[in-house]
Design a protein around this ligand. Structure first.
Ligand code: F6R
Length: 365
């Protein structure tokens, strides 16, 4: 049921604090150490892994991009992320020392399942991150990490994505502990920081009216851009997919530094540019990119961590996010982008839960 909400999508956006909590809490023991019982990779097997492939489609692929960052940073293993439909025909360079992580909310996406089969044929170890117990991807993988997000009905994925991010953070911490690439105190601190994301998401949800007001200013726009750097670029890709698939507004995500290599030609008077600014060491660069588009007439909306200097001077509108460590900010920055997509879609009277031309799970190629 929609639990009193008008649409499944809004209900599922609101399910996120509990999806985050469930995905995490169910794997913490009484000492707050991560226990991944469904993952049978031994320490010895893990130590043999020389590289990781993450394969998925759509929103799950965007979760994989954040996953790469977390695993490389914490566990010091090189990670390649690929779109499943590309991976399966690319004759990927994988062998017995490869771990393939397949990410799929439904566990039934045809291309992701084909990637699992291809990787197994080549001798890789396969780990699934999925939301559906007993799904095809879960059954055919060696190990499974279930995201406990609960059923996701709306076509546009929301809570499955945030739960996938939590899964990746936990996997990365778990791998780091096995490989001894993280200090015990740092590990403990990160687990606590992840726990604090639940109230932070609730806080963002409590300010949803601000996002609705901004959505009202976007209804006439023909196209929009999302910009970000580092992890914010990954979040920009997910934000752009969300906006385009339910509002039908043409939206593209760009790495902010790449703009002046072509795309800035499209910036004209009044075009909405949504800048995601949550990474401390990249904030100053983002501010200057925002100034560049603003000087060309863009209507600049920032989704920014609290306390970013000069943000209110360069942006026409600012949606503020509570502070969390940079690594975990993708969990927070995605929430306003989901709300924005929801409001633009519903204000346009689109069928937000069942957008045109789309199916919830793509079981054909
Ligand atoms: C977008 C969306 C899709 C799915 C993609 C993969 O909001 O929902 O992009 O993420 O079709 O689906 P799963 O995760 O079920 O493999």
């Amino acid at each position: 049921s929609k639990n009193g909400f008008d649409h499944f999508m809004m209900k599922e956006i609101y399910d996120q604090p509990s999806a985050i909590h469930e995905t995490l809490a169910r794997r913490l023991d009484s000492n707050k150490m991560i226990q991944l019982d469904d993952i049978k990779l031994s320490k010895q097997e893990f130590e043999q892994i020389q590289k990781v492939y993450i394969v998925a489609c759509g929103t799950a692929y965007h979760a994989g991009l954040v996953g790469k960052y977390a695993i490389e940073k914490l566990a010091h293993v090189p990670v390649t992320v690929d779109i499943a439909s590309e991976f399966r025909y690319s004759d990927p360079f994988i062998d017995g020392n490869t771990l393939l992580i397949a990410v799929s909310q439904s566990g039934e996406t045809a291309d992701t399942l084909a990637a699992v089969r291809e990787a197994k044929r080549k001798g890789a170890r396969v780990l699934a991150i999925t939301n559906v117990v007993g799904s095809s991807v879960a059954r055919e993988s060696h190990d499974v990490f279930y995201t406990w997000a609960g059923p996701e009905i709306a076509v546009a994925s929301t809570k499955a994505y945030t739960a996938q991010l939590i899964a990746f953070y936990m996997l990365a911490l778990h791998f780091a502990r096995i490989k001894d690439t993280i200090a015990y105190n740092d590990y403990r601190e990160k687990v606590e920081q992840i726990e604090k994301l639940t109230p932070a998401v609730e806080e963002i949800l409590s300010r949803k009216e601000t996002v609705k007001e901004i959505a009202q200013t976007l209804l006439e726009a023909k196209s929009a851009f999302y910009l970000g750097r580092g992890l914010d670029y990954m979040s920009a890709m997910e934000a752009a997919l969300k906006l385009k698939e339910i509002s039908y507004m043409h939206t593209e995500a760009f790495a902010a530094g790449e703009l002046k290599h072509g795309t800035i030609a499209l910036i004209e008077e009044g075009i909405p540019v949504l800048a995601i600014v949550t990474q401390d060491r990249l904030a100053e660069k983002m501010i200057s990119n925002m100034k560049e588009v603003k000087a060309r007439g863009a209507y600049v909306i920032a989704i920014a961590k609290e306390g970013i200097e000069h943000i209110h001077e360069v942006a026409d509108k600012v949606i503020e996010l509570p502070k969390a460590p940079d690594l975990f900010m993708p969990i927070l920055s995605v929430v306003p982008s989901q709300l924005l997509a929801y409001y633009v879609s519903t204000l346009k009277n689109n069928d937000v839960d069942k957008p045109r031309n789309l199916a919830k799970s793509v079981t054909v190629e």
